[in-house]
Design a protein around this ligand. Structure first.
Ligand SMILES: C[S@@+](CC[C@H](N)C(=O)[O-])C[C@H]1O[C@@H](n2cnc3c(N)ncnc32)[C@H](O)[C@@H]1O
Length: 410
């Protein structure tokens, strides 16, 4: 990645980074390698958890017999964790099985040389464990309260702004960038709106493809999402408690529903101007290297009169990540920039408390004090020159060719 310090010492130290430029062939090769790396992570999950369990067993066995005897249940709980991991692996294998040919327009071929498979990194394993928790948030009864706090306010605004008695809602187009496992997009489509989710991570794409296209029977599948948490358990059984999914049949959308998921980087995929009535972002805008790029894209792709609905914190995903641009703006700064673009704030709440893939039995729980807003792109735009200036002064952020985001809680 090109990375240079500013030439002018008085301008302050900053980094100017350019997008990596690869030939189409190199790009395809990197994408293929990345695809197989994530498949490997899914497949090596069991091994990774077993190593963790083995370590915990070793530690316990290193205690004196006297100490071991006062805790007769520890080893059997660890054995249970191992069993749960076996079960999770079966689900992950099913996800992988259904992912190998999931893209309509891309095939990733066979792995060049299976012996080249390297052990998965802790980083990829952490992403996989977060993805398992995302099943709770999006597709289990246990996630209902969290969905009510995060998705419901967005859905209610869409219904208020585009009520079905005044609009043909099938013609109201809603885009959900960073759609995760797709539940928010699916719920909006279920209400009859034309809804598209966009997602970039293969972890999420493989998993959402599995739930949306391969699961039918309600609560027929089981995951053990909390077995990776060895600290902050009140009861040992909290670690091994199951969740069932999907809490609804994802295939129950009416036949003529316009619902789709599109893979790729939001900024790169959505370049067509003025075609969306609504863009809804939930726990998304802080995934940007430069959040102004998202503001810019949303401004361009919204129809005049269209709305941007946002709910989320500003836990910048690239903060402190080596070799990555990370512009960490306050909400105040983002708001100022949005006003300059011409957005008009219609609803604004600066304190909406939500959780994200929360383990409700844990002794450590995070609350996000989120910002929620509805901002409209006006029908008649006031100042063309200003917009042009904004666009010229907003270069694209630097990017690695493929990334799975950082190792953040969200
Ligand atoms: C914190 S998660 C939120 C997921 C979902 N909206 C929710 O509320 O559960 C952010 C999601 O955005 C995705 N993402 C990050 N950068 C993206 C990009 N440039 N284009 C599309 N998706 C992206 C991540 O892979 C991740 O699934």
């Amino acid at each position: 990645m090109a990375e240079q310090r500013a030439a002018d010492p008085h301008s302050g130290a900053y980094y100017q980074k350019e997008r990596r430029k690869y030939s189409a062939e190199e790009e395809a090769k990197l994408e293929r390698q990345h695809f197989w790396r994530i498949i490997d992570a899914f497949r090596s999950y069991r091994f990774h958890v077993h190593e963790q369990v083995k370590r915990a067993e070793r530690q316990f066995r290193s205690l004196s017999q006297r100490h071991q005897r006062v805790l007769p249940g520890v080893l059997s709980n660890l054995a249970r964790v191992r069993q749960c991991a076996e079960h999770n692996q079966e689900i992950l294998d099913a996800v992988v099985h259904n992912s190998l040919h999931m893209f309509e327009n891309v095939e990733y071929g066979e792995r060049e040389d299976p012996r080249k498979a390297r052990p998965s990194t802790t980083f990829d394993m952490d992403k996989l464990k977060s993805t398992i928790k995302q099943f709770v948030r999006d597709w289990s009864e246990a996630g209902q309260a969290e969905r009510d706090s995060c998705y419901k306010p967005i859905i209610q605004e869409i219904q208020r702004l585009f009520p079905s008695d005044q609009y043909d809602v099938s013609k109201v187009s809603v885009l959900i960038p960073g759609a995760g496992l797709g539940r928010l997009a699916w719920e909006i489509a279920r209400l009859g709106y034309s809804c598209q989710g966009n997602e970039w991570s293969f972890f999420m794409l493989f998993s959402s493809n599995f739930v949306l296209n391969r699961c039918e029977e309600e609560n027929s599948l089981t995951l053990y999402p909390w077995i990776h948490q060895f600290s902050n358990n009140k009861k040992s059984s909290d670690q091994t408690r199951p969740i069932r999914f999907p809490d609804v049949n994802p295939q129950s959308l009416p036949l003529n529903t316009d619902f789709s998921m599109v893979a790729g980087d939001f900024v790169e995929v959505y370049s067509e101007l003025e075609c969306w009535n609504c863009v809804a972002t939930c726990f998304f805008i802080d995934t940007a290297n430069n959040v102004l790029e998202y503001v810019d894209t949303i401004w361009k792709i919204l129809k005049p009169g269209g709305v941007w609905i946002n709910l989320g914190p500003l836990l910048y995903h690239f903060e402190n990540i080596a070799n990555e641009l990370s512009i960490e703006l306050s909400y105040e700064d983002i708001r100022t920039a949005m006003l300059k673009y011409g957005f008009i704030f219609e609803v604004e709440k600066e304190s909406m408390q939500t959780t994200y893939t929360e383990n409700e039995c844990s002794m450590l729980r995070y609350v996000y004090d989120c910002v929620f807003f509805v901002a409209r792109k006006p029908t008649l735009h006031f100042n063309g020159q200003e917009e042009e200036d904004l666009q010229q002064n907003c270069p694209p952020a630097a990017k690695s060719s493929r990334r799975e985001g950082s190792n953040r809680l969200t």
